[in-house]
Design a protein. Structure first.
Length: 587
């Protein structure tokens, strides 16, 4: 076992992660956001992962060794992100947690609904014997458990990882070279067999791809069910992990996350729908499916004919913090979302919905639809919304009468400016360490998704979010001597950047219509923004003739380059301007 030799200098409140999996990698990414030290344990040490605050422990830990490590290093919380079928490790972690009164979080995978066309088994001895040949994809460790099938006349092939240690282990368990095949792609099966044996490994384990590949070859599919775990704190995504750590080990994160108004409205709507359909259990926590596919538990309360959720902003400065967001659900012939008291109304074009619609954005509406399968009429209301809205940008944007129900991810991640820029620096350092020939900086997930199509061969680490801190990110790139940088920017931030605002946050920069008009004139676009009622820059794409889009984009990019290139004097900067449909413009 190996670990950081200077670990004893840290405070005693420590966290230990059991990884080596995709979930382990995701967990480490979440923990790195905190800037606090932690330990990351793997059995073999073969996982390629970059840690800045995490200290690696390589080598298996039995119960005695795990207890000794936890005592010596002041472990106050354990995260079990190990493979779902690592049953012995799960049990050891559970036993140690109980013995030392250390809470445990299980980072579980996301599992698709069980397909009725698949033969589901609880143990290997339940494998049907009416097959002549079987492709086993259950891992090298299971070969000895399947040898009994060969004794019964079934030809078994073993699909394993193509690495020396796995091949040696396979031979030790009695597998011949003729029986071995190697993972190339979950979508391909290159062995002729009657049936395939899978583990219920979830979405991150390629289960769906393997099932589809087997169905394409008309193979019988046999799947071993995942083991049942007896852990109370189960999460299946990064947001749930962070929020559970914030609850169980509050000091680990300097700033705590919160919930968007969209998530609060969705939780209230779920609870209200249950009541409308006769569920009188009045559960205090309801599961909410987030846009990224993970599920988190959200606290709710109940009124006379409605349910409500208290807006929780975490440590993010937000005037909506503490607001009561209500939902009333009524049985209907279709699914419908209405806005009630304290929910604003769109009065100008340019939003997801036309003027006159309640200010409930697209992402929250989709969250409610994805979480609620029943036909109900849901009315969202915020009793104090009209008063609070006066203290927001809503009136300036043309949203009147209340607040907006918003939130793309469902989660509010709080960062001070210093902490956010520090997180950018960490991500840029990892990006450079990945060896990528070019680093792509984007404002967020939407722009990143569009720009990825231009650079399909770059690793995920090469894509870094700058939020609003374009100038600081470019300065970091220069400090790290990164030679090639692509800046992906959407129009709303681009017009601010073109005017010289290297921090595009709305608190520091607003849309300068006079300067935008100057750029329109330079591009020979015959459109007057000064005489229009445009509230959002992105509406310009619809107002300007399509044949002028490139000329306008060239003008914006040229002004952006004027301010950005001086921050990266020794590197090459490419600026890509992105519209809402994903079209990308460059000079």
């Amino acid at each position: 076992m190996a670990f950081c030799p200077f670990s004893s200098i840290f405070a005693v409140e420590m966290l230990l992660v059991f990884g080596g999996t995709t979930e382990g990698r995701k967990a480490a990414k979440v923990l790195e956001e905190a800037g606090s030290p932690y330990y990351y344990s793997t059995k073999t040490g073969e996982q390629d992962i970059v840690l800045h605050h995490g200290m690696r422990i390589d080598g298996a830990l039995d119960g005695e060794a795990m207890q000794a490590f936890c005592r010596e290093h002041g472990i106050r919380l354990m995260v079990d992100a190990a493979h779902p079928f690592a049953e012995q490790l799960h049990q050891t972690i559970t036993n140690v947690g109980k013995a030392l009164s250390i809470p445990i979080i299980r980072y579980e995978r996301i599992y698709p609904q069980r397909d009725k066309e698949i033969t589901w088994i609880d143990d290997y001895d339940e494998i049907p014997r009416d097959i002549h040949s079987l492709l086993a994809t259950t891992g090298v460790q299971t070969i000895s458990k399947l040898k009994f099938l060969e004794a019964e006349g079934i030809k078994v092939y073993y699909r394993i990882l193509n690495r020396a240690s796995s091949i040696v282990l396979a031979h030790q368990q009695g597998a011949t070279d003729n029986q071995l095949c190697f993972y190339q792609d979950s979508n391909d099966i290159d062995i002729e067999a009657d049936a395939i044996l899978l583990k219920e490994s979830g979405l991150s384990g390629g289960f769906v791809e393997k099932v589809n590949a087997a169905k394409a070859r008309d193979m019988r599919i046999i799947a071993l069910k995942r083991p049942k775990l007896s852990i109370s704190n189960v999460v299946n995504g990064p947001n749930g992990l962070r929020r559970t750590i914030e609850r169980l080990l509050p000091e680990f994160y300097p700033l705590h996350s919160g919930l968007t108004t969209g998530t609060c409205a969705t939780a209230a709507a779920i609870a209200a729908t249950r009541v409308a359909w006769g569920d009188n259990s009045f559960e205090k926590n309801v599961p909410v499916l987030l846009p990224n596919g993970e599920t988190i538990m959200v606290a709710v309360e109940y009124g006379n004919d409605y349910a409500y959720c208290i807006k929780e902003a975490g440590d993010d400065p937000d005037v909506t913090n503490g607001l009561e967001i209500r939902a009333k659900a009524e049985l209907s012939d279709s699914f419908e979302i209405l806005g009630g008291e304290g929910v604003g109304i769109f009065t100008l074009p340019g939003f997801d919905y036309p003027p006159g619609s309640p200010a409930i954005n697209k992402a929250p509406r989709e969250m409610m639809r994805n979480n609620i399968k029943e036909n109900v009429r849901v009315t969202i209301s915020v009793p104090e919304g009209a008063e609070i809205a006066r203290r927001t940008f809503n009136p300036r944007l043309g949203i009147e009468g209340g607040i907006s129900i918003i939130g793309v991810s469902g989660i509010v991640k709080p960062f001070s400016e210093e902490a956010f820029i520090d997180s950018i620096r960490k991500c840029m350092t990892v990006a450079k360490a990945s060896g990528a020939e070019r680093i792509i900086i984007n404002s967020g997930g939407k722009s990143e998704r569009f720009v990825k199509g231009c650079y399909p061969n770059l690793p995920q680490q090469a894509f870094v979010e700058y939020g609003n801190y374009i100038g600081a990110t470019l300065q970091i790139a220069n400090e790290l001597n990164i030679q090639q940088v692509t800046l992906g920017v959407m129009l709303g931030k681009a017009v601010k950047l073109a005017a010289g605002h290297l921090d595009t946050h709305s608190r520091k920069a607003t849309m300068d219509k006079a300067f935008i008009q100057q750029m329109l004139d330079e591009a020979h676009c015959k459109f007057s923004i000064l005489d229009s009622q445009l509230s959002l820059a992105r509406e310009l794409w619809e107002k300007i003739p399509q044949e002028k889009h490139q000329a306008f984009a060239d003008t914006i990019i040229r002004h952006c380059e004027t301010h950005c290139r001086q921050l990266l004097p020794n590197g090459q900067l490419t600026i890509l301007l992105i519209d809402d449909k994903g079209h990308i413009f460059s000079r």
